[in-house]
Write a protein that binds this ligand. Structure first.
Ligand code: SF4
Length: 335
């Protein structure tokens, strides 16, 4: 199922407007975390290692709407924690769609029943299911047996009802590229609209805790290249073509962490999803008070391993060749 033409046009118009206004830095997708609470304790997750006090905090639906209105991004990715534990999640999703936002709801699938009967399929709405690999691998990484089967049932039911569905596969050190490639092929055959590959980079909250499972740049490039080769041409990726090239070491991009700003219950987190050098009360403060030139590969030792989508995915939009534009158009219509 391709993206609606109106959405492609809206995105292009938004980027054009920012350029005409001479804005060097602008957001594309708000990474919204209404709660950091989760009903799983995944091995690689840093969120669940936060204090009880932070885990108890949450954004209200109105806080979420204020955040999207404040930053003005055309898209929002609702994550967490597990967003389906949030009591106002249905209102949050509906409110984002009412504002015309491209809305992605990330979930581990366990509480899908809380929302499935309460929302209708919408061309701007996508479920993003967390799925790290085949049954045994996924259940080990989420530290609970049976979750793989729950996710697969959730995907089937969501597709049956006509929803757009994406999967998000975190790649840890030691995963078998052939197993991941086979899973991607299986998901594509099930009618999953797109598959997102998310290499697991080490970051502050997970330092020391299972740190051996996180990947360095060289390892990411080798692993993603192998998975893409083995999965073949039929798999539709949620990663943009230029970002997928970057993950395979075929092109260079500079980090633009402001393109996917993070709003969580503590405030606007800067500079990015992985690093926490401050929380700010407003988006404007985040933009003004962060010294963006201090971050990115080659500028900051903490960025050395990072190829994170929230830092680099939107970077390619900054400077697109005519060939890139053609590939982006094909990707948007196919995905
Ligand atoms: S490279 Fe960018 S996204 Fe990655 S840790 Fe550094 S600032 Fe954050």
């Amino acid at each position: 199922m391709g993206q609606p033409l109106s959405l492609t046009i809206d995105m292009a118009k938004y980027v054009m407007r920012q350029k005409l206004r001479g804005r060097k830095r602008y957001p594309m997708v708000l990474m919204l975390e209404p709660t950091e609470l989760c009903n799983l304790t995944c091995t690689g997750c840093g969120k669940i290692r936060q204090s009880e006090e932070i885990l108890k905090m949450r954004l209200t639906a109105q806080d979420c709407f204020d955040a999207i209105d404040e930053c003005g991004a055309p898209g929002v990715s609702i994550a967490g924690g597990e967003p389906l534990v949030h009591p106002e999640i249905v209102d949050i999703v509906k409110g984002m769609l009412a504002r015309g936002k491209l809305t992605m709801l990330c979930t581990n699938g366990i509480l899908l029943h809380r929302i499935l009967d309460k929302i209708e399929p919408h061309p701007r709405f996508t479920f993003v299911f967390h799925l790290d690999g085949p049954r045994e691998h996924h259940d080990r990484m989420v530290e609970r047996k049976g979750v793989f089967d729950i996710v697969m049932k959730g995907i089937e039911e969501s597709k049956r009802r006509g929803f757009r569905v994406t999967t998000n596969t975190t790649l840890y050190k030691g995963v078998n590229p052939q197993e991941i490639a086979t899973l991607l092929q299986q998901l594509t055959e099930m009618g999953v609209d797109n598959c997102l590959l998310s290499p697991a980079f080490t970051y502050e909250e997970v330092n020391g805790a299972n740190s051996e499972i996180f990947l360095h740049r060289r390892e990411v490039i080798a692993m993603v290249s192998e998975i893409v080769r083995l999965a073949g041409p039929k798999v539709r990726y949620y990663n943009t073509p230029m970002f997928l090239d970057f993950l395979q070491g075929k092109r260079d991009l500079r980090c633009t962490p402001w393109s996917m700003p993070n709003r969580n219950p503590k405030g606007w987190k800067g500079p990015c999803y992985l690093l926490t050098d401050g929380h700010y009360d407003t988006f404007e403060e985040l933009m003004q008070k962060t010294n963006w030139d201090d971050y990115g590969y080659g500028k900051n030792p903490r960025c050395a391993s990072c190829m994170m989508h929230s830092g680099y995915e939107a970077s390619a939009v900054e400077k697109m060749s005519p060939v890139d534009m053609w590939r982006m158009m094909r990707w948007m219509f196919a995905s």
